[in-house]
Ligand binder design. Structure first.
Ligand SMILES: Cc1cc2nc3c(=O)[nH]c(=O)nc-3n(C[C@H](O)[C@H](O)[C@H](O)COP(=O)(O)OP(=O)(O)OC[C@H]3O[C@@H](n4cnc5c(N)ncnc54)[C@H](O)[C@@H]3O)c2cc1C
Length: 389
């Protein structure tokens, strides 16, 4: 039997966290689903690998705080179904001048999420590991904490297979032939056919979308994941030190951190920025300025960490111009759904993204305002007139 003898209800391309959670959701809903991944799994060439990600209810936009309510439920279900420890809700703290904190507090209030505002003196007495500027205050998000990234990804893929889904890795989709039945061809010479296709391609989105005459305004950045060693053992461990975000952190660029957890005595503190790269050729760019900026940040704000990184890992993020996601149908082909532009905050949202994309595939109306995530919000030159490349 050849691979194109089967017509799947849905083919999901991309087994990162968004594609894997979507494939899981579809299989659970009884859809015959194929999940295709270009690299042999597990791999570290996309955006979903690594030990940890921050989760939180706190968001400057209330819609995300509302979506996160669903996501927390989804992570709980995944943990129960898989029997894996998926999260450690040790709290997430925003530290910043009050102007950055105001919209976050509004989002938490609107969604009736538990939080606490902290003055500078409260921050200083409760979290002595920080040295903070005089104009700083804090918001503590009680529901926030750590998601175990590699474990979550594998749990979604394993559960997907348990629900009857088919996962094929090491095959890159290199063409998309639209139609009532969409045909995908891969670099191994196989053809796959599906009534619906979900493209969740992370940093590689525009590479494949070009085949459908569409380009999204996305910027792919190489970012550094830096771990710093504690001077006093246990001072930043997750039972006493939360995840934190400092939106005004380093020259106005957001700094984020997870406490010492996955690697004992090592705290992850990173900058949400890096050089723009081609996702297939991302080595060889100068990234030393990120390390230098973070060394200054750690020296000034986290004096109980050694100011030279102990571990450096690489990751890649895909930014949209407004930092919001694209969750939408292809403008020309109704049965091709696109998930892209997660802009460095998509991991925690994966369960709710999986439900939204599954709703779109099944012709159901998602419970959130989809205008927020429409491709047409950037209609200026987004859809190219190029024929297939
Ligand atoms: C350093 C770093 C820190 C982050 N921190 C946080 C955080 O604290 N909290 C948070 O919520 N989010 C965070 N994020 C963001 C989050 O990790 C991403 O938004 C999320 O992982 C994106 O997942 P994805 O599935 O869209 O992309 P990916 O994980 O890149 O998955 C896309 C997949 O598609 C595959 N693919 C692409 N093209 C093809 C093709 N043609 N054929 C077959 N397969 C293909 C790729 O190989 C890849 O596996 C962070 C990201 C980075 C890089």
């Amino acid at each position: 039997m050849s691979t194109d003898d089967i017509i799947y209800d849905v083919i999901v391309v991309g087994a990162g966290i968004e594609g894997s959670s979507t494939a899981y959701q579809l299989a659970k809903r009884g859809q015959s689903t194929l999940l295709l991944e270009q690299f042999p799994l597990p791999h570290s060439r996309g955006s979903s690998h690594g030990q940890s990600r921050i989760t939180r209810r706190a968001y400057p936009q209330a819609i995300y705080s509302a979506m996160m309510k669903d996501s927390f439920e989804g992570w709980k279900i995944l943990q129960e179904e898989s029997g894996e420890k998926i999260y450690n809700y040790c709290g997430t703290l925003y530290i910043s001048p009050p102007s950055f904190l105001a919209p976050i507090e509004t989002g938490l209030k609107v969604n009736k999420a538990p939080y606490r505002s902290l003055t500078l003196s409260e921050l200083k007495s409760e979290f002595p590991a920080f040295t903070l500027p005089d104009d700083y205050a804090g918001i503590y998000d009680y529901q926030g904490g750590i998601l175990y990234a590699d474990k979550s990804l594998k749990a979604y893929q394993d559960q997907f297979k348990k629900y009857g889904g088919t996962l094929r890795d090491g095959e890159r989709v290199d063409d998309v032939i639209p139609g009532d039945i969409v045909t995908l061809t891969t670099t191994t010479g196989n053809k796959y056919r599906g009534r619906n296709v979900v493209l969740a391609l992370g940093p590689f989105t525009n590479n494949l979308l070009a085949k459908t005459g569409l380009q999204l305004p996305l910027k792919v950045q190489r970012v550094m994941v830096l771990y710093w060693r504690e001077k006093v053992s246990g001072m930043h461990s997750s039972d006493k030190f939360p995840c934190f975000l400092d939106p005004a952190g380093s020259q106005g660029i957001r700094v984020y951190s997870t406490p010492s957890d996955e690697y004992q005595g090592l705290v992850k503190v990173c900058l949400s920025l890096g050089p723009v790269v081609d996702p297939y050729i991302r080595e060889g760019v100068d990234i030393s300025w990120v390390r230098e900026r973070m060394m200054k940040y750690v020296t000034n704000r986290l004096p109980w960490l050694h100011p030279v990184p102990a571990i450096e890992e690489a990751c890649i993020r895909t930014n949209s111009p407004d930092g919001h996601l694209f969750l939408d149908r292809h403008p020309k082909y109704e049965n091709i759904v696109i998930a892209a532009g997660f802009s460095g905050h998509g991991f925690k949202l994966a369960p709710v993204v999986g439900k939204i994309l599954s709703d779109l595939v099944q012709g159901k109306t998602p419970s959130f305002d989809m205008n927020y995530f429409k491709i047409s919000r950037f209609d200026n030159g987004v859809v190219t007139n190029k024929s297939k490349l």
